[in-house]
Design a protein. Structure first.
Length: 156
């Protein structure tokens, strides 16, 4: 009962926010954010997904960090995507991975298995370490801190 009530409350907040701020969707995948070089059709690639909502302050502060990371790490073979989980078509993604807070950063191997999860605002360095581990190659010099000097909550 409590979970259903929480989901109903979040849905109401999402509806109000969408009415106020719109659906977003500026990324090439319609999710609202950057994407590293696309993987050729039929070829699986490791991915970093940032699950976010447009009205989340921590998510907004992470936007330039993720954009810089996508540009710097484009040659690693890791597909960096942002997913607006307040959009109806993306709600199942949050459910599928059991994400209950935003931003959530999921590092998925080429088979789609979760290799790492970070929750909350993160340092650029922490995200870069995750991308480099997935891609097996360095992105180059560390990305700037983007104003975030330390990592926040981490999960396993």
């Amino acid at each position: 009962m409590g979970r259903a009530l929480m989901i109903a409350g979040l849905a109401a907040v999402a509806a109000v926010a969408l009415a106020l701020y719109g659906a977003g969707g500026s990324g090439p995948d319609g999710s609202g954010g950057p994407r590293a070089e696309a993987t050729p059709a039929g070829e699986a690639a490791p991915r970093m997904l940032e699950l976010y909502t447009p009205w989340c302050p921590s998510c907004s502060s992470m936007k330039p960090v993720v954009e810089e990371l996508a540009a710097r790490c484009a040659k690693t073979g890791v597909d960096i995507q942002t997913v607006d989980v307040s959009r109806e078509e993306n709600e199942r993604i949050a459910d599928r991975y059991g994400a209950s807070a935003v931003p959530t950063f999921l590092f998925l191997d080429a088979n789609g298995a979760e290799a790492k999860r970070l929750v909350g605002a993160q340092s650029a360095k922490e995200l870069q370490v995750g991308v480099e581990a997935l891609g097996g190659v360095s992105c180059g010099a560390p990305v700037s801190m983007g104003g975030l000097e330390s990592s926040a909550t981490k999960e396993g």
